[in-house]
Design a protein around this ligand. Structure first.
Ligand code: SF4
Length: 62
């Protein structure tokens, strides 16, 4: 499972990091940073929590 973040849609709400701090990191302005690699086993639902938390639908998990 991977996490994709559309930088053109991200508006820096930081809700992804609030919902799933282990998976989503923010830059100094509060915009989500790209996620490299695979979501660790057992954290798939956490990744989806972050996806659902984004009001801009900038996150795709799959
Ligand atoms: S919740 Fe969405 S808009 Fe906000 S920082 Fe995360 S990816 Fe960007």
């Amino acid at each position: 499972m991977k996490i994709s973040i559309d930088p053109g849609s991200c508006s820096g709400h930081a809700r992804c990091a609030a919902a799933a701090p282990a998976l989503f990191r923010l830059d100094d302005d509060g915009y989500a940073l790209p996620y490299d690699g695979e979501v660790p086993d057992g954290q798939e639902e956490t990744a989806r929590d972050g996806e659902r938390a984004c009001p801009e639908r900038a996150i795709t998990v799959g």
